[in-house]
Design a protein around this ligand. Structure first.
Ligand code: DI6
Ligand code: FE
Length: 398
């Protein structure tokens, strides 16, 4: 008699084990928070464990949003109106608006206020079946404010049934007090990493390598500090121009390169060789009306794994729905349904360096998302609406 804690039956499975890895009329069993058995219900071993009837729902691995800035003060709806009047995202940034206006609002906010503002944004993702979310700092741009953001990120993981993975993004923009001294600020950011890591606040280090942000040399200085602290790196890379970001993060064996609208084929090939995941952020392409799209054909040809995320932030991608990003990844970037769903499960987990989730297989975390749909394609098809019928996190029903 098999010894399970709980068994889910009457479900169609997207195991994501080999492409979608569909198992019709499937079953899945958990033990100690891990998947103990998965397959066709007809082959389920005898057991006397509690059973959950999924009512014909489709079950995927819990969704992973691998790129968010969901902790921030205020919002930038006013800036949105200015851009509707023709002012560019870059122009606003050069005027000291953009990221820096969110920095001012974030620095003024208390930890409690930041947490209270972030919770409903997180709850919207959880309601869609997200069980792991990456949360970046990057709106503090000074030690205590960056630390406060990372503490709030950790608090989110205590307040909700979700895994929170943090990325330190001190090198997101140059704060006003360092205007004209960008290199000094990059050195300050590099010096923040060890003390923040010593407090257990940092899982990875990210940087915005771009002509309106940090140079490749400054990015390397931050990455060297991450390496000394034993932390993996990832990069906002080649979003508005080709700065060689994709090849740079690949050279550091980085977890991911994110955005990539302007990444070269050589940069993408370097990513493939390094196993660096491409994180596609169609919400940003759409919202700032970037005409250039990431070179999906080159990613496919090079064998780069592709993830899809919200990039939830108040400036370039106020996207609060990971499911809508699935549609945008297919509609804007022409990803297939299989590529898009891998992008929010298995490949998104890889972009966070997590090998214990994103696939329904024995030994993996029992993180599940249940959907009332007739076929997996519906998750990429609908614009709006939420077919999520439930979540399971480490074998616990959320
Ligand atoms: N690239 C982006 O699109 C966001 N950060 C980054 O490095 C923008 C963040 C913001 O505008 O607040
Ligand atoms: Fe981002």
């Amino acid at each position: 008699m098999a010894d399970f804690d709980r068994v889910w039956v009457n479900a169609h499975l997207c195991t994501m084990a080999n492409g979608l890895g569909v198992v019709l009329a499937g079953a899945l069993a958990a033990k100690d928070g891990r998947i103990a058995w998965v397959g066709p219900r007809s082959a389920l071993p005898p057991h006397d464990s509690p059973v959950v009837d999924c009512g014909g729902a489709w079950v995927l691995p819990g969704l992973v949003d691998c790129h968010t800035h969901l902790i921030f003060g205020d919002n930038r709806a006013g800036e949105f109106e200015r851009r509707l009047a023709g002012v560019s995202y870059e122009q606003i940034a050069r005027e000291g608006g953009g990221i820096l206006s969110t920095v001012r609002a974030t620095r003024e906010a208390s930890e409690d206020a930041l947490l209270a503002a972030a919770l409903p944004r997180l709850d919207g993702l959880l309601a869609e079946g997200v069980t792991t979310v990456e949360v970046k700092s990057g709106y503090g741009l000074e030690f205590e404010a960056e630390r406060r953001m990372l503490r709030v990120a950790r608090a989110l993981g205590r307040e909700r049934l979700v895994s929170v993975v943090t990325s330190f993004l001190g090198a997101h923009a140059v704060p006003p007090e360092y205007k004209g001294r960008q290199g000094d600020y990059a050195a300050l950011v590099a010096g923040m990493i060890a003390p923040l890591a010593a407090e257990g606040l940092v899982d990875a280090v990210d940087t915005f390598c771009e002509r309106i942000a940090f140079t490749p040399a400054e990015t390397e200085a931050v990455f060297e500090a991450a390496r000394r602290a034993g932390l993996p790196v990832k990069l906002h890379a080649d979003q508005l121009s080709d700065t060689g970001g994709a090849a740079l993060v690949a050279r550091f064996g980085g977890l991911s390169a994110d955005h990539l609208e302007h990444a070269s084929a050589a940069g993408l090939a370097a990513m493939a060789a390094a196993g660096t995941v491409a994180v596609l952020l169609p919400g940003a392409t759409y919202f700032i009306r970037e005409e250039r799209h990431p070179d999906i054909a080159a990613m496919r040809a090079a064998g780069v794994r592709m993830a899809v995320a919200t990039d939830m932030n108040p400036g370039s991608s106020p996207a609060r729905s990971l499911l809508l990003m699935l549609n945008m990844a297919c509609t804007l970037y022409r990803l297939t349904v299989e590529e898009a769903l891998l992008g929010v499960t298995r490949h998104a987990a890889a972009a966070l360096g997590l090998a214990d989730r994103g696939v329904l297989a024995p030994g993996m975390r029992c993180d599940l998302a249940l959907f009332r749909i007739e076929a997996p394609a519906e998750l990429c098809y609908w614009l709006g609406g939420n077919p999520c019928a439930g979540r399971v996190v480490a074998g616990r029903e959320a």
